[in-house]
Design a protein around this ligand. Structure first.
Ligand code: CU
Length: 159
């Protein structure tokens, strides 16, 4: 087989770039121990439903913290638990979420809340709900055949 000289250069360049980039990722992951950005809190993905706070998914009022409520969410193919939450307007809420199976997304459409939920990790975000109305929670990480049906709802209501 005859390869043109430029074609050889280009192949060499492409394959070398691949090897260099994969080596960088490999060294970072295994030698430097880089982990997902939500690396602060862990949970055994097989025992999520027995682990606090995921034993009681939903909205809970808390005291003595920087936020008023904690919203505990468990994602699993292809739903979020709870599927519907009512939040009083103006409430400062810490969202605490994880997944029981594969990677899922947690995006509250129309807000800046957008987290990746990874098995074994707890994703957290503190936000204030200042606008009343109904907000759609969607999974924005492809998670399987039912991905397009995976959603939940937040209703922000006047106190
Ligand atoms: Cu999904």
């Amino acid at each position: 087989m005859h390869l043109h000289r430029y074609e050889k250069w280009w192949l060499t360049f492409g394959i070398s770039a691949l090897i260099i980039f994969l080596s960088i990722v490999g060294i970072q992951a295994f030698h430097q121990g880089h982990k997902p950005p939500s690396e602060k809190a862990f949970v055994d993905p097989e025992r999520v439903s027995e682990t606090e706070p995921f034993t009681k998914p939903g909205l809970h009022k808390v005291q003595g913290k920087d936020w008023d409520y904690e919203l505990v969410i468990v994602a699993a193919a292809f739903s979020f638990t709870p599927g519907e939450v009512e939040i009083p307007k103006g409430a400062k809420v810490k969202i605490i979420a994880t997944t029981r199976d594969v990677v899922h997304g947690f995006e509250i459409a129309g807000t800046n809340v957008n987290m990746m939920l990874e098995p074994g990790y707890i994703s957290e975000y503190v936000t204030t709900f200042n606008k009343t109305g109904e907000f759609l929670i969607i999974c924005n990480e492809y998670c399987g055949t039912g991905h397009h049906m995976m959603s939940a709802r937040i209703k922000v209501v006047d106190k």
